[in-house]
Structure formats: C-alpha cells, structure tokens
Design a protein around this ligand. Structure first.
Ligand SMILES: O=C(O)c1ccccc1NCC(=O)[C@H](O)[C@H](O)COP(=O)(O)O
Length: 219
C-alpha cells in the first residue's frame, strides 16, 4: 500500500532532514507549551523553510485562539492546521474559513462510544486524525504513545481522508495498517529515543514499515 506518513513533534533541523529523507509526507510542529515537543513560532518558522517541496508542514494547536493562529499563519509556512483540542465542529469550520488552509481535526477514540464524533467532524474538516483518547488527567491530549483497539475502526471509511494515530511504532505500524486499512498514519513518541527527541533510525524504520504494509483483503 502507498501509505502516507506524518511524523509529529519535530523540533530540530536534523528531525526535518530525517523525515524528508525517510519519505514521509507530513512534518508536524507542536505549539503546546506543556509538550516536550513544543516549538516557538520562531523555531517553527526556521524549521518549516527546511522542508522540501512535497513535505507538508502541519501546525498542531490545542484550543488556539485567533490571535495565536494569526501569528502562526503569518510567520510560519504552514500547509495544514491540526486542531488537537476540544474544538467544536463550529470552531473547526470557522478556522477553516478564516485561514483558507486545510484543517485536520483530531478525534480521540477509546471505545465504540467515541466513534459518532468522527461523523460530526467529517462534515467540517479536510482530514480526520483518528487518535487514541488521552487518559483522564493526562497533561497532553495527544502524543502519549498509547494505542486504542484498532478493531473498533477496522474497515470503517469516512467521507474525508483520515489518518491513524496513537501508540504506533516501527514494530506495530504494518499490523495497524493491515487491520484498519489506513492509508495514512501519524507517529510521535514511537520514533523518539526520549520524550521530545526524535531518532532518525526509528523514523526511517517506521516509514519503511508503514509503506511495506499490506491491507488485509476482504473476503
Ligand atoms: O505530541 C504532543 O506532544 C502533543 C501535544 C499536544 C497535543 C497533541 C500532541 N500530539 C499529537 C499527535 O499528532 C501525535 O502524533 C499523535 O497523538 C500520536 O502520538 P503517539 O502516540 O505519541 O505516536
């Protein structure tokens, strides 16, 4: 399968180079001060210009107001906005209209009860990020290295392109793709040697494993 990979939480020039060299499709920058992957607008501006053509730059924000989004979009060469907080469908639509950029909305999944939310957001965003729901009280709404039960979405399709995330690693990504049929995957902690520190070898192994995956044929 031609699986497209997003590596999230890049914070150095070497990270951007590793992601580009591995053949990933998206590079994610986290704007969330509590995160070990947080980057300043200035850092992101410098990193984004290093990305080659074909590597889409994704700005990840959590319940950001317009002032912050204005600053990011004015200063950083961003291709996609990723909304990773509790933004309502109305807020997603508003951000999309205001900035004229594709918007990816992250939706956390832990049980079957979380699935209807995906339907609500597919009407208003350009892509859906189907991520593991953060545990109650977690500091971070994403990037926790936790997987959800992939069988919950096996064979499910949405009206928008979607991406699978949550606890993916070079070891399990092929199985996740095979089970869910995901054409796009997102990883952060699974390609780190320590929180916030990406590992070029792991990035390479992850992209190779994702791209080598086969979807299980339906009988
Ligand atoms: O990665 C973070 O630090 C982060 C902080 C705040 C909101 C979202 C965050 N990450 C979201 C992502 O896009 C991750 O790639 C996704 O949740 C998967 O993370 P992981 O399970 O660590 O691979």
């Amino acid at each position: 399968m031609d699986v497209r990979v997003k590596v999230c939480g890049l914070s150095t020039a070497a990270d951007v180079e590793a992601v580009a060299a591995a053949g990933a499709a998206y590079a994610g920058f986290v704007f969330f001060p509590k995160s070990p992957r947080n980057v300043s607008v200035e850092q992101a501006r410098e990193l984004a210009v290093l990305a080659p053509i074909g590597l889409a730059k994704v700005a990840l924000v959590v319940n950001a107001d317009n002032e912050f989004l204005d600053e990011i979009t004015n200063k950083v060469a961003v291709d996609i906005l990723q909304l990773h907080g509790s933004e309502s469908p109305e807020r997603v639509a508003e951000v999309r209209a205001r900035y004229g950029l594709p918007v990816m909305k992250a939706v956390g999944v832990a049980t079957a009860e979380d699935l209807p939310q995906l339907g609500a957001y597919e009407q208003v965003c350009d892509q859906i990020l189907v991520d593991a729901k953060a545990p109650k009280g977690a500091d971070l709404p994403g990037g926790n290295g936790l997987a959800f039960d992939w069988k919950l979405i096996a064979g499910r399709r949405w009206a928008r392109p979607w991406m699978l995330a949550g606890g993916l690693t070079p070891e399990n990504v092929a199985r996740a793709v095979e089970l869910t049929g995901a054409a796009q995957v997102d990883v952060s902690s699974g390609v780190e040697r320590a929180p916030g520190h990406k590992d070029a070898g792991l990035i390479h192994s992850f992209v190779a494993a994702a791209q080598g995956a086969q979807e299980i044929p339906k009988l």
